[in-house]
Design a protein around this ligand. Sequence first.
Ligand code: GAP
Length: 536
Amino acid sequence: MEMEQLVALCKRRGFLFQSSEIYGGLNGFWDYGPLGVELKRNIREAWWRDMVSSHDELEAPPGAPSAYEMTGLDCTIIMHPQVWKCSGHYDLFHDYMVDCRESKKRYRYDQIEGRWVEYEGNRVFATSYQSGEEALADIELKALKFFNLRSKHKDDLQWDEPLRALPAVEDRSRVLGPDAKQLATLTEPREFSLMFKTIIGALGGEEDTAFLRPETAQGIFVNFKNVLDSTRVRIPFGIAQIGKAFRNEITPRNFTFRSREFEQMEIEFFCHPETSAQWYQYWRDRRFRWYVELGLAGDRLRLRDHDRQELSHYSCGTADIEYAFPFLAPGQFGELEGVAHRGDFDLRSHMEGKLVRRGDELVVEEGPDGKPRYRGSGKDLSYFDEQTRERYVPHVIEPSAGADRAALAFLCEAYNEDEVPDEDGKPTRRVFMRFHPRLAPVKAAVFPLVKKDGMPEVARGIYRALKPHLNVFYDEKGAVGRRYRRQDEVGTPFCITVDGQTMADGTVTIRDRDTLKQWRVSKKDCLAELQGRLTG
Ligand code: GAP
């Protein structure tokens, strides 16, 4: 599938629109349309149900060291600014950017890719700001232009290394910027904070500055004690939260993949330090399985453990769940979710103040006056185990997923084309979205075959009987073949049709989106039939 086809379908059928489109759009912001909102709600609900509300707290699930409890929170987007100072975001949550002195454009440093190319002894690093196959084609074009060559001479160019990111290049004097005609027009990389600032209250002084949260996780850490004091949960337990997060990405790109406003589905799982490695393994595998269960199977989904040098300064282990999005080059994957072993970093940071690594230890970072650079809350966030009489700071395992990236991956995976006979038996191209039934925005459509002979009345009766239980859609306009195609294109798993036989024996046909098989059931059994097939 070409990404353009999916983007066009998303707009045409109301899955995704550019935010503020009538004013030209706003880069990095997306609105979910009437079908998109159902898809995303289904993703969130599947996650909450599978991780929290239907979790069996009495028995250890396969692979878990013991039984455990799950609970939830819904915290504010704006929090006390000290939260971000102690968490490390205030000082460390930035990307590097470079500016081009010639084109006046700004780029994220690590997203400029290029290749070394030589012509008549002149060697340059030609770059592109696109990704994957598009980057390779773009770089060739740039190199031809730079050397003043026509495309028929492209074989005269000598390429000596594969595509690599700009930070790996030492000799900047030979770099041709993505939109430049001359060499060496890119500035040195500079830090750029990813946190959106806002002002609280009417006065608007520097001390009133606050931030839109860049992750939902911190709301959970700062409420750890509240949850312990107000419920009967005991370690091991997890706190889940779904909510918006904001990052002022330098260059949002690839449809919704890198947005400035997005939604996270995060769990902070608190456990004893001695069992934390086992819990990390459990969550890493459990979360991978969740995507497989919802249809992201095959070699487009992978679980990748981070190397030691890739780990954050506080992390004892991280694995990413990744998907081979179609906008990436073959062999490249994009992150859907990170599962991290965060040790006791977060709870200690909010107790003691911002921590830094010194050798094998995490210690409170000091300012020039020898005092903590950012003071913690001073509240005791340790845990006392009544049974063992032991007091300790729990370790944390964090499965952190993006709801929008999951939605994008499910959309990409669902997109399918095949050929089916039309009403006259002529093979015609069909686009159908093969969503898992739990995620499909509409579960079934109900049609009268024709708009007469009492069929619409019967079909409306079936629609009304189903509607309180399932999101179903009624359609009586146009040829029935076209109605089927419209439902296929939005991924509706089943279509129910009332026809002449219904009027005689009370049965209807049910058609399966993927196999196109049709079978008859009594109209009063439609709900049971659909429920069995949607969950089975
Ligand atoms: N609390 C840990 C944390 O926030 P992260 O890897 O920065 O970790 C977690 O983010 C998930 O949030 C990512 O795996 C991704 O799915 C999603 N995410 C992060 N930045 C995003 C962006 N700019 N646009 C869309 N989703 C994003």
